[in-house]
Design a protein around this ligand. Structure first.
Ligand SMILES: Nc1ncnc2c1ncn2[C@@H]1O[C@H](COP(=O)(O)OP(=O)(O)OP(=O)(O)O)[C@@H](O)[C@H]1O
Ligand code: SF4
Ligand SMILES: [Mg+2]
Length: 369
């Protein structure tokens, strides 16, 4: 990993309007899917982004590649503000940023052979120059992801889940990207296959010098591959640190809770392990709590500041270099000056909206409130 910055995201916001009414189509509110994220990714680095379902991880990834239009803020990719790109320059930048999806089956067109899936992207970016060099490139791509050459004539349904994800990876690699956003790349796969795909991603990174943003809802998945990890809660980062530092000394109450939910293989440690159970559900991103967004579930919540002042992501004295935390009381919690207490869940609008039918879900929710 170098110190050279590849992506710099500043105060990025993505607010989806909630519409109501057939004739007038009034906007009656917003889903604050991403609500003020600052994040830097270095060349050759793997940045892991974790958080519960609905906290805005995919939206952040998509806004980074401008597959979703940001509401405000900036994404600077290799020195260029992505929001300002249009037409040909946007197309060129897109080649350098690719995405791998959670469900390889639904992200691959079932009517296209593997060959046509791979050539399609190359063609769109003028990389399909002549038959011979394209054939050579296809062989290289299959070898890189560990699939036999005979795969070219087959269709997505003829493969297993893990093999399909390899096709998705080959498709991303086909256009020679610098950055790959992998959105839950292994969560649809069997555990035994997950490790193979993760190893493949690491190997490709070493060989090709790729930079990754890996999205997962599970800290265990990103731990081994990430150099740094950002923990997201309701549209913003609550903690960011080097991967080891985050596991050794998590400072944000939400990170502590996420980590305490991962079982430890050692039975002695496992028995004495203290689990932090979070009360209540994730509040709706259409109606996020005031102040610290985590205050409705935080076992360390204090009478002052927590429910009125939104904490900034800041460095904490004595923390690991580069570790940043969005909690007013991080020092006191770490030093044991503040003890956790039982949390009675506050009444909040519950339930992350179903990301599959976001529009309908948010409308229904807004009408009920
Ligand atoms: N196009 C859209 N229109 C309206 N709301 C949307 C849209 N896309 C996402 N949302 C909403 O934004 C919020 C964040 O969604 P997002 O998919 O980014 O979460 P996520 O962290 O990736 O969740 P998951 O782990 O389930 O994939 C959700 O409440 C979702 O319903
Ligand atoms: S600011 Fe308050 S509510 Fe938020 S994480 Fe810190 S202690 Fe908990
Ligand atoms: Mg997602």
């Amino acid at each position: 990993m170098s110190d050279e910055v590849l992506v710099e995201i500043s105060d990025l916001k993505v607010h989806f309007p909630i519409k109501h009414g057939v004739v007038f189509d009034r906007t009656i509110g917003h889903v604050y899917a991403v609500d003020g994220v600052d994040l830097t990714i270095h060349k050759g680095e793997t940045y892991g982004l974790v958080g519960e379902s609905g906290c805005g991880k995919s939206t952040l990834g998509r806004a980074m590649l401008r597959l979703t239009e940001p509401t405000s803020g900036s994404v600077v990719f290799d020195g260029t503000d992505v929001a300002k790109l249009k037409g040909e320059t946007l197309r060129k930048a897109r080649r350098r940023m690719q995405m791998i999806f959670q469900d390889p089956l639904s992200s691959l067109d079932p009517r296209q052979s593997v060959e046509s899936i791979l050539v399609e992207g190359m063609r769109a970016h003028g990389l399909d120059k002549d038959k011979e060099s394209t054939a050579k490139r296809l062989r290289e791509l299959l070898a890189a992801v560990g699939l036999p050459e005979s795969s070219l004539r087959k269709y997505p349904h003829e493969f297993s889940g893990g093999q399909r994800q390899r096709i998705g990876i080959a498709r991303a690699l086909a256009v020679e990207p610098d950055l790959i956003v992998a959105d839950e790349p292994v969560s649809a796969l069997d555990v035994s296959v997950q490790a193979q795909v993760v190893n493949l991603l690491e190997e490709l990174q070493d060989n090709l010098g790729l930079t990754y943003l890996v999205i997962a809802h599970d800290l265990a998945v990103v731990r081994h591959i990430s150099d740094r990890i950002g923990v997201m809660y309701l549209g913003s980062l609550v903690e960011e640190a080097d991967s080891d530092a985050l596991y050794e000394q998590p400072l944000h109450p939400y990170t502590k809770a996420l980590l305490s939910a991962i079982p430890v293989p050692d039975p002695v440690v496992e028995d004495s392990r203290e689990q932090i159970l979070l009360a209540g559900d994730l509040p709706s991103p259409a109606n996020p709590p005031n102040g610290c967004r985590f205050h409705t579930r935080c076992p360390w919540k204090q009478e002052t500041r927590c429910d009125t002042e939104r904490p900034a992501l800041r460095e904490v004295e004595g923390a690991a270099p580069g570790q940043r935390v969005a909690c007013h009381w991080a020092e006191d919690i770490r030093d044991g000056k503040i003890k956790p207490h039982e949390v009675k869940p506050e009444l909040v609008e519950t339930g992350a909206l179903n990301p599959d039918v976001p529009h309908v879900a948010s409308v229904v929710e807004a009408m009920e409130s």
